[in-house]
Design a protein. Sequence first.
Length: 256
Amino acid sequence: MTPDAAFPVLATLLGLILGSFYNVCIARYESGLSILRPRSHCPLCGRTLGPLELVPVLSWLWQRGRCKGCGERISLKYPLVELLSGLWALLLAIQFGPGWEWLGHMILGGMLLVASGIDLDNFILPDRLTLSGFPLALGFAALRPDLALSDAAWGAVAGAGAFKLIQVGYKFLRGVDGLGTGDVKLMLLIGAWLGWQLVPMAVLVGSVAALPVGILYALRSKRTGQPAIVPYGPFLSLGAMACVLYGGELLTLLTP
């Protein structure tokens, strides 16, 4: 097997392993625990996980989704995050091949995966991911042949600026918050990553993906009486990642 042919396989394996690390970052955000210590353990019984229990995806299947020690159910989100990370690494490998472009997109996409997981669990997008990702995206743009640094900067201004206007306008008209400041900061990162040309497409893809979920939440809210709160960050992240992979094709598809 040639190095170019082997790269997608190796990238996928690395993506799966990183997905396991992303799970640690997501799970330990609310508790405030270090991502380095203590070692991975069952949150219910505290038993330290063995090496075979740390194998991405396969360990969850082998244990049938339950802790070997206490039988506590292990959330499906753990293998899903690992699979998504592996898929992201594979698709990037196919699209860009080995090199620093793959690495840059991998890092920024990983930050969005972690931010999305935290947003789903806690309804918050941490500044340590969104704001720290912004200069990384600008620095990455300075090295990329497909994106001018000025386009990245204007993308950040356009993305964050538009969402800030929406946030302020909604609050003025409705008297309640309809968009979190975390989403505004996330668009700062996404805009710098994609450039201004793809910002509208990322928002469109994210909004289309969020629509059926929003409808389901609204129906459940009507039935239970609980407010329907849909975290927007994961869908914006999905739109951004789709544009990194297929932005040109999406623009061509929607351009007359």
